[in-house]
Design a protein around this ligand. Structure first.
Ligand code: FNR
Length: 338
């Protein structure tokens, strides 16, 4: 049941498949006879230096994968000089995660129906030293994840949200939808970005933007970054693979703010392709959770190290010594289609 929860997507899972296939439609254009003796993958995101452009996406309920939960994930990300985006739906509190290691951390937020609760969580994240708010905007309602319904999946208690009254012991069916109904505010709109900005000084990144139109609105709203994402294909089925629309978003924001991408990143070549199409960094979701389930924090570290190693090799074989040297000319799309 938990494996299905971590692995699954919405409805026909067409987008889940597309998230991978989108990368497969892109080929590389390697350049030769460039000195690639020293490869430097480092980058800077919102003023923070990173070993590589690979960071940890927010995913909920880590204790379903491993008893140490998000604490193990945070420590592993820290040991790789990466950034963990802690999901609001975490099974360790944000304070527990903050005190477990002093790495750079971002906090993923859903705006709840109860704005007072949302505000108090944002303040807690600030007090605990989180460096940015990642506001997820693709979840006015929960996508229909049929495996969870069939399995009567019960999500565990959200550690950060004591007030939640959803029955976490229900035996009648999945509590996911009831959870979502009680929490996510479907009336959330662009004007609420101003409200969020009024209650926090932290930079805000919008997660779940998939069009140039919304990217332009995000810049107008004054956010500090965009994450091109279809929520790992768990929300709207037939939403496009993020890799197929990242260039549109990058062009729309014309370097005003950094654009990140997540969804289907499984190889160093995928990271390279995302960077070539203009992404500043990528986030990884399921591979981290699977690493955690397999070997706890060690498994998460291995996943990040494996992707780092693959990216480094890809850069060398494609003739790029630094991430800045990865450009649009290093990729070609099959049949001109992304
Ligand atoms: C997610 N994702 C997610 N996103 C978010 O903003 N808040 C959340 O609490 C969660 N929870 C969550 C749980 C699980 C089990 C998965 C798989 C995903 C989406 C996540 O941040 C990210 O967008 C995708 O996981 C990226 O795709 P890949 O790397 O899993 O293909």
């Amino acid at each position: 049941m938990y494996y299905d929860y971590f692995k699954g997507g919405a409805e026909d899972q067409y987008s889940l498949d597309e998230n991978i296939k989108g990368f497969q439609r892109i080929m590389l254009r390697p350049r030769v006879l460039l000195d690639v003796k020293n490869i430097n993958m480092s980058t800077n995101l919102l003023g923070y230096d990173l070993h590589s452009p690979i960071i940890v996406a927010p995913t909920g309920s880590h204790k379903l994968a491993h008893p140490e939960g998000e604490i193990a994930t945070a420590r592993a990300a820290a040991s790789c000089n990466s950034i963990m985006v802690l999901s609001f739906s975490s099974t360790c509190t944000l304070e527990e995660v903050a005190s477990s290691c002093n790495a750079i951390r971002f906090f993923q937020l859903y705006v709840y129906r109860r704005r007072d609760v949302t505000e108090s969580i944002v303040k807690r994240a600030e007090r605990s030293g989180f460096k940015a708010i990642v506001l997820t905007v693709d979840t006015p309602r929960l996508g229909r994840r049929e495996a969870d319904i069939k399995n009567k999946m019960i999500i565990p208690k959200v550690a950060n949200y004591e007030l939640l009254s959803v029955d976490i012991n229900s035996k009648d069916g999945s509590n996911l939808e009831a959870f979502a109904d009680e929490t996510f505010d479907p009336s959330l709109s662009w004007k609420d970005i101003q409200w969020l900005k009024s209650i926090t000084a932290l930079p805000i990144l919008l997660k779940g933007v998939l069009t140039g139109e919304d990217a332009r609105k995000a810049v107008e709203a004054g956010v500090s970054g965009i994450i091109v994402s279809n929520h790992g294909a768990r929300q709207l089925d037939y939403s496009p693979a993020p890799i197929s629309v990242v260039e549109e978003v990058v062009q729309a924001v014309s370097e005003a703010i950094p654009v990140l991408l997540d969804g289907g990143v499984r190889r160093g070549t995928d990271v390279f392709k995302a960077l070539a199409l203009g992404a500043k960094a990528v986030m990884i979701g399921r591979p981290v959770v699977f690493g955690l389930a397999a070997q706890g924090g060690n498994g998460v570290r291995k996943v990040i190290e494996m992707l780092n190693g693959e990216l480094e090799l890809t850069m060398a074989l494609a003739g790029c010594s630094t991430v800045k040297e990865i450009t649009r000319s290093h990729v070609q799309t099959l049949g001109g289609r992304l």
